[in-house]
Design a protein around this ligand. Structure first.
Ligand code: UTP
Length: 790
């Protein structure tokens, strides 16, 4: 039975392969199998299988062959339910019969000929049905651990190599790209059914060559051809014909709306209705009519992806083409853009987590990089006006009155004479903008010039007299761009300031961070690899704002920590606290418990390759320099940190724990001489598991037979509390990524495990709340788990 094949027995219970979840015991397994998710996926799989069984894969026809011709040809084998043509129309088609018998008959025929062409008809490829639940579980979309990345960056030989590594780590994988393409295809098919001749086109980071794992899928629904179709259909109707010239009639949805006169809100409602009712896997559909460009947001469950659909937004498709061209013109563009984007994200300057907001958007940031590359001497990229001059007649492109002309291929553009390496360009970027007078200038990529803001503040009359490439390029009758502390003119829509949303506060942070970055890039730490394995180059530059490793950080920074005291009762009946082996056993059990709490109770996702393993034991003890100066940065991706490079054992005052005694003095603590165990994990928390936790626990206890338990007293109850919170909250998002370094320290008064927490990615600013919750929750929960492990 299929259901049985889905369930695997594991050392900790069961695993459902279909839903990709772990189930602790038999009763929960029963509940799971009867549950909504499992049932839904089983039904979906059955449907897919039946679709596959009743479809054939057809190729060998020409692009001129129509869907109707294929439909009519295959009807001889049985009723045809659907013909799905590939995007380029002409390479292949899937013909789905209403019954599997149609497939058998079609496959039984030795030769297929349609209009003199020999068709190839094959069984449809059987794909294993798998739940691709996106960022958290999809192996093609690994979480990017900055801890792990830092480790790899430290190993690189040069900053240039580090920048290439950033691209490799973050860029969209082939699988990710393919999955997005298939989703676009699916949407095209569905929307095409209701809105004939419409076109769905992706734009933005999914296709502009700067995409990162799990970035949004931005789409344009172009209805211009549908409008024409509708007007033709209506004309035929008035002439008393039932069908339009091309044989199609107006679909029921389309007949409800007049595309020529419909308002933006009506169009959005139409798009939202199609998404909700007709696209499997789509949920959380929401119209946002207040945005500059109204859009429909949706989530696509199978890929855990967020999508946006705007209507007739051809300018965005065109400016995406422009960014693609910039990337193709010079191989240094991508590493520079990825590095600057990551830097800005880490410093909380860009990437408004939920769209909108006071930060720079990634498009504006990318244009800043392009502008800088146009401005360096000699330029790396040509200006937009120069590109326009290089375009041929067929490439002239005017959209909504804006000139969007540039060559469609990079080979028509002469290569740059600039030979700077990536490291030099990155330093140059920070130097250029740290001196840039943002409030007084308007960045204009058309001529690589910073225009004086005064030109844009004057009235219309002056605007028309403004210099070439400046305000004179505004369309008459339209207001100028919305000015703010940072002004970056869209290269095509010249009345739009792409950084117009930026707050004064973000502008101040931007200037501060640019200055800090410029200073840091001057230092040897940036330019030269550390011989001692210290963090260098990009590692410090990319450290989260205000966190360890940050360029110019406060040297007294100590990562927050939670201490868990040693208890002999938890050490498997070993005799005394002095017994090192006993403490090692205790620490090993503690690490298992910590991992269970994060993974099973708090549903954190382990960043690939950082799960804890049996602690390694070395006889080496950390050097003073490593332990005190760099408590967390180096080796942070290793599963188990062995303290190499012994000079002398740490003395009590130099120990890895920095926690202060009540009198403000450090306790006398030492790592265990013979067992300097340590462990390291990197986790991602995707839900606010701390928010309203007490109330959820109370409610759960009320509605179950379970006896009331204090916080952390029962792991099954706490797991269910987390589950319940997750169900109530929005879709999982990477809220906070953090690493935990555990070490055991011994002193005259107490032995304890010290868990150091380092937020490696906290753009949404949740780390503090999460840590605050962990301070009380973790020690109790670990104690409960350890008791169970005995
Ligand atoms: P984003 O700022 O979201 O950039 O704009 P992105 O490259 O897609 O990055 P993330 O990963 O989603 O944050 C998306 C697209 O929207 C259009 C551009 O085509 C851009 O590539 N856009 C954005 C504009 O046309 N004007 C704007 O002011 C902003």
């Amino acid at each position: 039975m299929e259901a049985d094949n889905d369930i695997q027995t594991t050392p900790r219970g069961f695993h459902c392969k279909l839903c990709d979840v772990n189930i602790p015991n038999k009763p929960s397994l029963g509940d799971h199998v009867k549950g909504k998710k499992h049932q839904h996926l089983s039904r979906l799989r059955a449907k897919r299988k039946s679709q596959e069984d009743s479809s054939v894969f057809v190729s060998g026809f020409t692009p001129e062959t129509s869907r109707t011709q294929l439909h009519d040809y295959f009807e001889q084998f049985g009723p045809v339910a659907e013909v799905i043509m590939d995007k380029e129309k002409g390479v292949y088609a899937i013909v789905e019969f209403s019954e599997a018998s149609g497939t058998h008959s079609a496959l039984a025929q030795l030769e297929h000929r349609l209009q003199g062409l020999k068709l190839r008809v094959k069984p449809r490829e059987k794909k294993e049905f798998k739940l691709t639940s996106g960022a958290r579980h999809n192996p093609k979309k690994p979480h990017v651990s900055l801890g792990k990345l830092n480790h790899e960056l430290c190993q690189a030989a040069t900053v240039n190599e580090q920048m290439q590594k950033v691209v490799e780590t973050f860029q969209l994988s082939e699988g990710d790209r393919k999955a997005r393409e298939l989703l676009v295809q699916l949407l095209q098919e569905v929307f095409g059914e209701f809105l004939p001749d419409c076109q769905i086109t992706p734009f933005g980071s999914s296709v502009n060559t700067f995409g990162v794992h799990a970035c949004d899928l931005d789409l344009v629904l172009d209805l211009e051809n549908t409008k024409a179709f509708q007007s033709r259909a209506r004309t035929s109707e008035q002439a008393g014909e039932e069908r339009s010239e091309d044989g199609r009639s107006e679909d029921s949805i389309l007949s409800d709306i007049d595309l020529a006169t419909a308002t933006a809100a009506e169009l959005l409602d139409l798009v939202a209705a199609i998404l909700r009712k007709c696209v499997p896997g789509v949920h959380k559909v929401q119209c946002v009519s207040t945005a500059r460009l109204p859009l429909v947001k949706f989530n696509y469950r199978p890929l855990t992806l967020q999508g946006d659909i705007t209507i007739n937004n051809r300018l965005a498709v065109r400016n995406t083409r422009f960014l693609q061209l910039c990337s193709a013109l010079d191989s240094r563009v991508r590493p520079l853009v990825y590095t600057v984007r990551l830097w800005a994200k880490q410093k909380q300057l860009a990437g408004n987590p939920f769209g909108g907001g006071p930060l720079l958007n990634n498009y504006a940031l990318t244009l800043l990089v392009v502008f800088y590359l146009q401005s360096v001497e000699p330029p790396v990229l040509p200006t937009v006006e120069q590109l326009k001059a290089m375009a041929c007649e067929e490439e002239v492109c005017i959209i909504d009155g804006w000139d969007c002309t540039f060559p469609s291929q990079p080979f028509g553009v002469p290569p740059s004479a600039n030979a700077d390496d990536l490291c030099t360009l990155l330093f140059g970027f920070f130097r250029f903008y740290s001196k840039f007078d943002f409030p007084a200038s308007v960045v204009n990529l058309r001529e690589a010039r910073a225009l004086p803001i005064g030109d844009f503040r004057s009235g219309d009359e002056e605007m028309h007299n403004a210099p070439e490439g400046g305000a004179s390029k505004h369309r008459p009758g339209h207001a100028g761009p919305k000015l703010g502390p940072v002004n970056v003119l869209d290269p095509f829509e010249l009345q739009h300031n792409v950084a117009g949303n930026l707050s004064e506060r973000t502008h101040r942070s931007l200037r501060h961070e640019l200055g800090e970055a410029e200073k840091y890039c001057r230092s040897l730490q940036f330019q030269r690899k550390s011989a001692k394995g210290k963090s260098w180059g990009l590692v410090r530059l990319l450290a989260p704002r205000g966190e360890p490793g940050t360029a110019g950080r406060d040297a007294s920074y100590r990562p927050p920590e939670i201490c868990i005291p040693f208890r002999t009762s938890e050490a498997h009946g070993r005799p005394s606290q002095d017994d090192e082996a006993c403490r090692a056993v205790w620490f090993s059990r503690l690490c298992s418990a910590v991992e269970l709490v994060f993974r099973d109770v708090l549903k954190c996702t382990a960043v690939e390759g950082t799960a804890w393993q049996e602690p390694c034991k070395t006889q080496d003890v950390g050097t003073v320099e490593e332990a005190v100066e760099e408590p967390s940065a180096e080796g942070s991706s290793s599963l188990c940190k062995a303290h190499a490079g012994v000079k002398r054992p740490l003395t009590a005052d130099e120990g890895p724990s920095s926690s202060s005694s009540p009198q403000g003095k450090r306790q006398r603590l030492e790592p265990l001489a013979g067992h300097p165990e340590s462990a390291h994990w990197s986790w991602v928390q995707t839900q606010q598991v701390w928010a309203g936790r007490r109330k959820v626990r109370r409610d759960l206890v009320k509605t179950s037979d379970e006896a009331s338990q204090p916080e952390g007293g029962s792991s099954s109850l706490e797991s269910r509390v987390t589950q319940r919170i997750a169900e109530k909250q929005a879709d999982p998002r990477d809220l906070v990524e953090f690493s935990v370094d555990a070490t055991v320290v011994a002193g005259s008064e107490s032995t304890k495990a010290v868990l150091k927490f380092i937020p490696t990615n906290d753009v949404s600013g949740h780390f503090q709340d999460f840590f605050h919750f962990l301070e009380s929750f973790l020690p109790k929960m670990v104690e409960t788990k350890m008791a169970k492990l005995q």
